[in-house]
Design a protein around this ligand. Structure first.
Ligand code: 5AD
Ligand code: SF4
Length: 522
């Protein structure tokens, strides 16, 4: 015991590597927050850290293989005598469970996304020499068994973690200027290829007052841009009791579901939809300059949401709304629940209500049975929608999904490769057209970073005047835009601001322009 305690107090540095989506990035922020508060320090060097944590992704095999190869390397180091505690967090342990500890004896503990609140104890015990999985330690609140949309005790604990992070401005991307806020956990869609409903569980929506409060605190502590996160954000819907005083006025809530009074005099029910939530954040957090959200599902996306986007100037005109395929036959096999025609109807509606909206998406190539004809249909869809960009993936059969059981992964690797490259080429061409339309226009750019000094970027010869400093940021529609300023001091001053830039040239993935100093709000 004495031994374990002294060993524990020595093991204080952590290397944390994150794979996968924004949800994982946010979870890693929570982890960093929790463990820093307990006295651990995070460092960028895997080779010298006392503890190595991997926050894993299970969506595609490639992401899993990367982590497993890192675990393999660390296993060799352990055999050679390195003292290091190795923990695996995220979707891979949620999917594989205890089996992982048998296969990889170098692993000290595993922790699924639904039990991050137990991480400090697990880490402590692992450091103290125990080698138990979360499954053995707790009555696993495992996401795989969570099938109801009702809030569970585990959700409440995660809720507290989400809220706690909002009060710590140190662990955010983009020097604290840009932050993620989760609005929904899990997914109910069961697309046949996807592990997410297994690893993240059923859809659970966070209380709106907690979300608004989190946004408010983030902005108060320096956030300029907030991205709301959920697998299907437009499904957000929360029905809750509101407390009313004797005059029928709403009693202010001091926390999720809590009022200043023990017993409200009266109560009524209110439903907050995604459109209501966006409007509330926009109106109740007036110093928030940019509000975004990902990811949208192409059906169940009402005009109410589009109208709020149109009417609220600080909500970005940007939709990430994956089509996955342009073939009705494949969409059906994927269980996506919409046809190409319905997808296009949504895009048309979005563009009618918000003419300047930019659309991004995801495409999977090589889904079982996919033919040249299906692939051509996807190309057609891409041409019709004029996406600003698509993230394109090879189909990857995932254990636990319907597709792996029902369909043979029968598309030759060569076809997958060729189709992926063709879609990237077509995408670049279209993205070039989308970017060209901005030439001559003035756009608002959220300044994110100093641009890396390359003379050529995405096909544009950057006009690099010596002595100038180049900044890079994003438009509301999520297009990358670079521009020059005179000095490092000016660059530092503009970092994290939203500034007007007149676009002078463009390329498939980039806009270049000049800062409109005369339009800058002093
Ligand atoms: N194979 C390939 N791509 C996948 N995605 C999800 N599951 C798979 C899979 N099994 C892609 C989808 C999704 C994105 C996050 O990852 O395009 O929108
Ligand atoms: Fe996966 Fe489909 Fe849910 Fe997206 S909507 S997370 S692809 S199951």
């Amino acid at each position: 015991m004495t031994n374990a305690t002294s060993q524990f107090s020595d093991m204080r540095t952590i290397y944390l590597e994150t794979f996968g989506c924004q949800m994982n990035e946010l979870d890693s922020e929570l982890v960093q927050d929790q463990l820093t508060a307990l006295g651990y320090t995070f460092q960028g060097e895997r080779a010298t850290a006392d503890v190595v944590l991997f926050n894993t992704c299970s969506v595609r095999e490639q992401a899993e293989n990367k982590v497993l190869s890192r675990i393999g390397e660390l296993g060799v180091e352990k055999i050679e005598g390195r003292e290091v505690v190795i923990g695996m967090l995220g979707c891979l342990p949620e999917r594989e469970g205890k089996k992982l500890l048998g296969t990889y004896p170098q692993l000290d503990f595993i922790c699924g996304p639904s039990e991050l609140d137990h991480l400090p104890t697990m880490l402590h015990n692992a450091v103290a020499g125990e080698r138990l999985s979360a499954v053995e330690r707790s009555a696993l609140q495992g996401n795989r068994s969570r099938r109801s949309a009702a809030l569970t005790a585990a959700d409440d604990n995660l809720e507290l973690l989400d809220l706690a992070r909002a009060f710590n401005p140190d662990h955010r991307r983009s020097s604290g200027k840009s932050a993620y806020v989760r609005i929904t956990r899990g997914c109910n869609k069961f697309c046949t290829y996807c592990v997410v409903p297994n690893t993240r569980g059923a859809e659970v929506h966070r209380p709106p007052c907690a979300i608004v409060e989190e946004c408010r605190v983030l902005v108060e502590t320096g956030a300029v841009e907030i991205t709301l996160l959920g697998q299907t954000v437009n499904h957000y819907r929360y029905t809750h009791d509101i407390a009313l005083n004797s005059e029928g006025r709403e009693v202010p809530q001091i926390g999720p579901g809590l009022t200043a009074f023990k017993k409200p005099l009266d109560s009524t029910q209110r439903t907050t939809t995604f459109a209501n939530l966006l409007k509330r954040i926009h109106d109740e957090v007036p110093n928030l300059l940019r509000l975004r959200f990902v990811t949208s599902y192409p059906i169940d996306f009402g005009n109410d949401i589009l109208e709020v986007m149109r009417d609220c100037p600080r909500i970005c005109n940007y939709l990430h709304v994956p089509a996955q395929s342009g073939s009705n036959r494949i969409l059906k096999l994927m269980n996506r629940g919409y046809t190409v025609e319905e997808y296009l109807e949504f895009i048309e509606r979005a563009r009618t209500i918000i003419p300047e909206v930019e659309i991004a998406g995801d495409i999977i190539v090589g889904f079982p049975t996919e033919t040249e004809e299906d692939f051509e249909a996807t190309c057609d869809l891409i041409r019709k929608v004029q996406f600003k960009n698509n993230f394109v993936f090879h189909y990857s059969p995932r254990p636990g999904t319907v597709a792996i059981d029902r369909f043979e992964d029968d598309v030759p690797r060569e076809n997958k490769r060729r189709w992926l490259n063709s879609i990237l080429e077509l995408g670049a061409e279209i993205s070039g057209d989308v970017h060209k339309l901005y030439e001559g226009k003035t756009v608002e750019v959220f300044v994110e970073r100093l641009s890396p000094k390359e003379t050529k970027k995405a096909g544009i010869e950057l006009m690099w005047e010596s002595g100038k400093v180049q900044l890079s940021g994003r438009t509301q529609g999520d297009l990358i835009c670079v521009f020059d300023v005179d000095s490092k001091e000016e660059a530092n001053m503009l970092m994290g601001c939203v500034v007007p830039v007149k676009i002078t040239s463009s390329a498939p993935l980039l806009l270049q322009g000049t800062l409109q100093t005369s339009l800058l709000v002093k």
